[in-house]
Design a protein around this ligand. Structure first.
Ligand code: OGA
Ligand code: NI
Length: 351
């Protein structure tokens, strides 16, 4: 990480402004009804998921079917990877031509997040538009870069991703049902998915009250399924009053949040909620988000079945997911001091 002095100065702008509450955390949902044929229990589960998406945009799941040893393997591989020397990690550093791999923190308004990251795509290669220009039809292929150490790193990552992807499909189907749609309504969008997995490492921070692991943001994709360790630090903006609520670590649970795409598909019924990550001076922290995203050519727009000509007119114009990603990547790489592209840019003005 950088010098404390410069981090200190940068962090001034970055400092959290609201008090944090631990009470009334995000809902905890037990997915075990999925293993039964008890249709009443499944209906209750669907209703719980719908309420959580509507009221919080965030929830935790237990009895989710992801084997614990699979999670432990990737957690251990991640710890070994990040605690290597910078020289070793830099062998898989991402670049403009190869955007997957290792890097330290994203920049938001010229302030760097207090973290290190390793990204890889699930589908190899993953196709995305070469540029954000609407008329440029050229595509580029994303490949992964794998470190040599630890030796089981790649296998641990790929095994884990297969499992979290299965869980993501289950969640997607529950969300679809909760909107009154057929379970597999969304599945077609994920045939050539652009999903990726991220390993986050938040080192100890000497000025924790002045820096953030990740500044406030919303996730742009469809769904995020996150494993956090026992340190804690993730905070979610409560919809009812805008307070930052800490997500207490629950052993072997996954934290799920709906991203911007589900907000648009649901025509704002399920909003993508802001969240951020605090750092601390005593403990380093690890987390693993799986970003479940559709094919680049997906035109994201409110689902017709949820619309009518009266109360429920479409609140968004259709936009191309791949171009959206390309525009985001461009501003991240160039470290432009401009606002990222956001879904509200596609909001219809008459709504
Ligand atoms: C993210 C994110 C939360 C965490 O990477 O988008 O919100 O706990 N991470 O690391
Ligand atoms: Ni996030």
């Amino acid at each position: 990480m950088g010098e404390v002095d410069s981090a200190f100065i940068q962090a001034i702008e970055h400092r959290p402004k609201l008090a944090v509450t631990e009470a009334d955390g995000i809902p905890l949902i037990d997915l075990s009804p999925l293993n039964s044929s008890d249709s009443k229990a499944i209906a209750r589960l669907v209703a719980e998921i719908g309420d959580a998406c509507k009221n919080w945009g965030f929830f935790q799941v237990i009895n989710h079917g992801v084997p614990l040893d699979c999670r432990e393997k990737i957690e251990s591989a991640s710890r070994t990877f990040f605690t290597q020397s910078l020289e070793e990690k830099s062998k898989v550093r991402r670049g403009e031509l190869s955007p997957m791999g290792y890097y330290d923190g994203e920049h938001t308004k010229n302030v760097r997040d207090w973290k290190e990251v390793f990204d890889f795509v699930v589908e190899v290669p993953t196709l995305i538009p070469a540029s954000h220009e609407p008329d440029d039809k050229e595509l580029k292929m994303l490949h992964n870069q794998w470190p040599l150490y630890p030796p089981n790193f790649r296998e641990a990552c790929e095994d884990y991703t297969r499992e979290t992807e299965k869980l993501s499909y289950k969640l997607l189907e529950l969300i679809s049902l909760s909107l009154g749609l057929p379970a597999k309504r969304f599945n077609e969008f994920f045939k050539d998915k652009t999903s990726f997995l991220r390993l986050n490492y938040y080192p100890r921070c000497p000025v924790p009250h002045l820096a953030l692991g990740v500044g406030r943001h919303k996730d742009a994709g469809a769904l995020t399924v996150l494993a956090q360790d026992d340190v804690g630090g993730l905070e979610v903006k409560r919809k009812t009053d805008g307070e930052w609520i800490r997500v207490k670590p629950t052993p072997n649970a996954y934290i799920v949040n709906v991203g911007d795409i589900i907000q648009v598909w649901s025509n704002d019924k399920y909003e993508s909620v802001e969240h951020r990550v605090m750092v601390n001076s005593e403990k380093e922290r690890f987390s693993i988000p799986f970003f479940f995203n559709p094919a680049h050519y997906t035109m994201v727009e409110p689902l017709k079945e949820l619309l009518d000509d009266h109360q429920n007119r479409a609140k968004y114009k259709a936009f191309n997911w791949g171009k959206f990603v390309a525009a985001r990547n461009l501003s991240n790489f160039k470290k432009l001091d401009v606002e990222n592209i956001q879904i509200y840019h596609f909001r219809k003005s008459d709504q």
